[in-house]
Design a protein around this ligand. Structure first.
Ligand code: NDP
Ligand SMILES: O=C1O[C@H](COP(=O)(O)O)[C@@H](O)[C@H](O)[C@H]1O
Length: 522
């Protein structure tokens, strides 16, 4: 291992997150979780596993969060491959992670074993259990201290059968300690009913504290920063409300299309793929009230409350689009009504946000790739500078750039340097690459997998949160599924349908013409 430190130190580091508590209320600072750790990636042959799950495990290993004398990793899937073939498939996705040394890579790869089997096969899961148990015995794990983490990198259609198999054949063997945890990927259902059905099926098999519904946006650095920003800074406390803020946009843009995932995407569409989960989770953190403490349940209680205050979506405040050429993908139906773009206005009926539109916008095959939160403030009352530059100056905006190039900047009006009393748009800028030179920002999945090992559910979606999220979007989704709302065609590489910009304007957003934020260079 390149990272030094005793086992005891690393065990402590696994449990040393300040102010954090496990879902069952144990203070993680004082309860080091030790014992053999088995991480089982189901769907190991798939896209997510190779691109995100294994690289995240590798980065945790490299940094010493996973110790070779206590961890073992298992891949499980139907594809018939050997241990070495799985290692060869993922190797290429590990080498460049964080540009770090790969001296440890062979040792890491040797920790990975592959078990082949079906997702409803008793034989397959018995084999898997045997492999895990052998590893636990080989590590002389004291009975009851073994930890089993099952990561379902699989289509949700197989979650119920896989969970049943785990429950019946692969649970942690003792109630003396240790645990079994299940990580499930989105989409959790397709609408309120299917999501509730899935929740019931999983809920019959596992306690809520064993279930980790992952939404990788909750693992992004600047999403995690939202609570700190809002509640640790006096600047923001008095301004963050309807008296000062005119509108808030939460935007996701990708400059590529469905890229080989057309079959999956066509069943779900952009609202289920991005807006109902990733953007809505961000909205919760932007709009919720201050939690009683940082305990996961306190935070998630506030998220549920704000979601419950969202009014039914007005169909006049939704624009959907589909990029031209989307249906050329052979896995997409010629008659597809699936949106690849959507702008939806949400309105929150509470004291803080009454009248402030939250504009959620997401699109594939657009002219840029970025995700950001844009808080636009109201005009300055009694503006005495209105004649200074011949043009009305833009509104103040606070922008949190989630990606790429993490940054926060405040757009504001200043005196234009020079002899004249003229005004100009400028910014106060905190660009992470410049401010935190040499600091590597962890990948979302890395952070979230570490949280599951630590038993910290703060950044995972609770069942009641999920239910309200589906309640908000299900009527609109059914309208689209029934063909009552048709996507407007847009050109790949464009801003999306012009109607979306008109909706933005109608909702109150005022664009500052002629101003473009340029990320600072070193
Ligand atoms: N890929 C991504 O970027 C992201 C994916 N996700 C979510 O993660 C999960 C996995 O995604 P991804 O890896 O892309 O999916 P894949 O389509 O690559 O599926 C993963 C594995 O599941 C098995 N599989 C595929 N289809 C079926 C099926 N119909 N029935 C049974 N098994 C099947 C295959 O393994 P085998 O045949 O060997 O058993 C496949 O290798 C999904 O829930 C997805 O929504 C979330 C965010 C991003
Ligand atoms: O969940 C998903 O997210 C990705 C975008 O993730 P990002 O971290 O790169 O912003 C998106 O491409 C994919 O369609 C969706 O399923």
């Amino acid at each position: 291992m390149a990272v030094s430190g005793s086992l005891v130190e690393k065990n402590m580091s696994l449990s040393s997150r300040s102010d954090s508590f496990s879902s069952d209320g144990r203070d993680l600072e004082t309860v080091p979780e030790t014992g053999c750790l088995s991480i089982i990636v189901l769907g190991a042959s798939g896209d997510l596993a190779k691109k995100k799950t294994f690289p995240a495990l590798w980065n945790l290993y490299r940094q010493g969060f996973l110790q070779s004398n206590e961890v073992h990793i298992f891949g499980y899937a139907r594809t018939r491959i050997s241990d070495d073939e799985l290692r060869d498939r993922i190797r290429g996705y590990l080498v460049d992670s964080h540009g770090a040394s790969t001296d440890d890579l062979p040792q890491f790869l040797q920790l990975i074993k592959y078990v082949n089997g079906g997702y409803d096969s008793e034989e397959g899961f018995r084999l898997l259990d045997k492999a895990i148990s052998e590893h636990e015995f080989s590590k002389n794990s004291q009975e009851g201290t073994s930890r089993r983490l099952f990561y379902l990198a699989l289509p949700p259609s197989v979650y119920p059968s896989v969970c049943k198999m785990i429950r019946n054949f692969c649970m942690n063997k003792s109630d003396l300690g240790g645990w079994t945890r299940i990580v499930v990927e989105k989409p959790f259902g397709k609408d309120l009913d299917t999501s509730e059905e899935l929740s019931n099926q999983l809920g019959d098999l596992f306690d809520e504290k064993q279930l980790y519904r992952i939404d990788h946006y909750l693992g992004k650095e600047l999403v995690q920063n939202l609570l700190v920003l809002r509640f640790a800074n006096r600047f923001f406390l008095p301004l963050w409300n309807r008296d000062n803020i005119d509108n808030i946009q939460i935007v996701f843009r990708e400059d590529f299309g469905t890229e080989g995932r057309g079959g999956y995407f066509d069943e779900y569409g952009i609202i289920r793929d991005i807006i109902q989960n990733h953007l809505l989770q961000v909205l919760c953190l932007v709009a919720m009230e201050k939690p009683v403490s940082l305990r996961p349940e306190h935070i998630r209680d506030e998220k549920v409350k704000v979601l419950q205050s969202v009014l039914p979506i007005s169909y006049e405040e939704a624009v959907i689009g589909q990029y031209e050429g989307y249906k050329d993908d052979p896995t997409v139906s010629d008659k597809s009504n699936t949106p690849t773009f959507a702008t939806v206005v949400l309105r929150i009926h509470n004291e803080r946000w009454e009248g402030v539109p939250f504009i959620l916008k997401a699109g594939k095959a657009l002219n840029s790739r970025k995700a950001e939160i844009r808080v636009q403030f109201k005009d300055v009352p009694g503006d005495i500078f209105r004649f200074c530059s011949g043009v009305k100056q833009g509104r103040n905006e606070f922008v949190i750039r989630l990606q790429p190039s993490e940054a926060m900047y405040m757009k504001l009006t200043v005196k234009k340097p020079g002899l004249e009393m003229a005004t100009i748009q400028s910014e106060m800028d905190l660009s992470y690459r410049q401010r935190y030179q040499g600091v590597t920002i962890p990948e979302a999945y890395e952070r979230l997998i570490l949280d599951t090992i630590r038993g910290d559910q703060q950044h995972f979606v609770r069942r009641d949160e999920l239910k309200v999220a589906w309640e908000i979007f299900t009527p609109l989704l059914h309208k689209i599924d029934n063909g009552d709302l048709k996507p407007i065609p847009y050109k790949p590489g464009s801003r999306g349908p012009a109607e979306a910009d008109k909706l933005l304007e109608k909702a109150g957003y005022v664009q500052t013409h002629g101003y473009i934020w340029i990320p600072p260079t070193l």
